[in-house]
Design a protein around this ligand. Structure first.
Ligand SMILES: [Zn+2]
Length: 495
């Protein structure tokens, strides 16, 4: 612990993300590290050993069942990255914009240009096509349009999941849904009170299962810079058979052959958002389609999809609330991306500290039952991870916090800021530790190094800090190379 005093923490702290962005801008790719000679030599970051789902918590705490594990929190970080890249993919898909009837409007103008012919100068009028400067702005609508459809697909999925007969299914079998459905489910779970009474419908199955972290981890490719998500064949088949919908939603929207009816419907659906009310869409058109008998009649899966569209466009409160829940989560997704702990050398330490701090946070609820408590970023991650498994969450918060703790992500800073200050003070009094600390890569790496060092023979502070700093520099070089599209990443000589 003496290290903390000896070493000037502020000198080390450089706010990694800012540093990372600056180095990216300078294309300072390898930071003096050697480059792998083949992609099989690329470093594995995060370390696969981080995802040990069977590991017992380090200190078997008796008073609680099982708070989220390091592996679960780590998968959560991966999942949030996958959500982030999904949003980027949706927003940058030209095919999707066009499908929703959002097209760039090019403007043609004439400009005078000087033209030389030998020594004679003349002015000519030239036709210039100008880009649509509002196009990017207009395209932002694609995300809420997509989310409404995703929320509607989610409602189809919960009906199928709840009604599915599991009597002959292998024990514990669960089919992972597509990412759009997963994202809506995840956002709903982060509103525990709403989830418990969702649509006055008893979610018998979904309220008892633990969130499928291990399957999610298997579906995400952490080596890809875009955290691509892929369901297994069996999970895709289950979704197709039981929900009657296409598992890869974006692919269905942008690549698959669709009947004229469906394409036209989606274009109208996209345009409907232009009107003030947002729902001027002719809902009758769906039933007309199903009764018409032209050649391009929608087939049964298309009819099912049109039904999903109809519900999405219907202005139903549930859909709107689900969309809002996903949008609120997007802010947290961006915060986690800024920290990018999942690619940091200290990720294991960061998460293990977050879990311990989260447990203390829950204890504060019992100690101060009438006080509003606000989490820090790291505690919030552990809290969210816990909420994803509702039965466990309910039982464990009842035990540690003394009651069911709801999570309200709708509050503004005017309410949150004073409550945060209060929480900070109470945490300090109760646990004699800092509540709000810098959680950048550098500070976290130093924190982990100090914790490791505490168990060893005393070493000098400069060498412990120096080593931590070199490791951070290396991980940063790898991430910069990855984000700039390098296929061969920097490697280190020492293991
Ligand atoms: Zn820092």
């Amino acid at each position: 612990m003496a290290l903390r005093v000896d070493f000037n923490n502020k000198n080390l702290h450089q706010c990694s993300r800012v540093e990372l962005i600056q180095q990216l801008a300078l294309k300072h790719l390898h930071g003096g590290f050697k480059k792998a000679t083949s992609s099989s030599d690329n470093p594995k970051i995060p370390d696969p050993n981080l995802f040990n789902f069977t590991a017992e918590p380090k200190d078997a705490r008796k008073e609680c069942g099982r708070l989220p594990s390091i592996a679960e929190c780590a998968v959560h970080l991966e999942l949030l990255q996958a959500f982030r890249y999904l949003r980027i993919e949706i927003l940058s898909s030209m095919a999707l914009s066009i499908l929703f009837g959002i097209n760039p409007e090019y403007r043609t103008v004439f400009r005078k240009r000087v033209k030389w012919e030998g020594w004679t100068k003349s002015l000519v009028r030239e036709e210039v096509k100008l880009r649509d400067e509002n196009f990017e702005k207009k395209r932002e609508k694609v995300w809420p349009l997509y989310l409404k459809l995703a929320a509607s697909r989610f409602l189809s999925w919960i009906a199928a999941v709840e009604d599915f007969d599991r009597t002959n299914a292998p024990n514990g079998l669960f089919h992972l849904p597509p990412i759009d459905v997963l994202m809506v489910w995840h956002a709903l779970l982060l509103n525990p009170k709403w989830f418990r009474s969702f649509e006055q419908r008893e979610l018998k199955y979904l309220s008892t299962i633990s969130f499928p972290w291990e399957q999610i981890h298997a579906a995400i490719d952490a080596d890809s810079s875009k955290w691509s998500f892929k369901q297994s064949e069996a999970d895709q088949a289950w979704f197709r058979d039981n929900c009657g919908l296409h598992p890869n939603f974006l692919e269905y929207l942008t690549k698959e052959q669709k009947s004229e009816h469906v394409s036209q419907y989606l274009t109208n659906y996209g345009k409907s958002l232009d009107s003030d009310g947002g729902h001027e869409l002719d809902l009758e058109s769906v039933s007309e389609l199903s009764s018409s008998d032209s050649d391009s009649d929608p087939d049964p899966p298309e009819l099912k999809f049109l039904d999903v569209c109809r519900i999405a466009a219907g202005g139903d409160d549930t859909i709107e609330n689900l969309v809002d829940a996903v949008k609120r989560q997007s802010a947290f997704v961006d915060k986690m991306d800024k920290q990018l702990w999942i690619r940091s050398p200290a990720v294991e330490g960061t998460l293990s500290r977050a879990i311990i701090r989260y447990e203390r946070f829950l204890k504060l609820f019992k100690l101060y039952p009438r006080t509003m408590l606000v989490p820090t970023l790291d505690i919030d991650l552990a809290w969210h991870t816990h909420q994803c498994s509702p039965a466990r969450y309910e039982a464990e918060t009842a035990e540690i916090a003394g009651r069911f703790v709801d999570h309200n992500d709708k509050l503004g800073t005017a309410t949150l800021d004073p409550a945060f200050e209060k929480t900070k003070a109470l945490y300090r009094i109760r646990f004699a530790d800092d509540y709000q600390t810098c959680v950048c890569w550098d500070c976290e790496a130093l924190r982990s190094a100090i914790a490791d060092d505490d168990h060893k023979v005393p070493t000098d502070s400069a060498s412990v800090a120096g080593e931590a700093q070199t490791t951070v520099a290396y991980y940063r070089a790898v991430e910069i190379a990855r984000q700039t599209g390098e296929e061969l990443l920097p490697i280190r000589d020492t293991p």
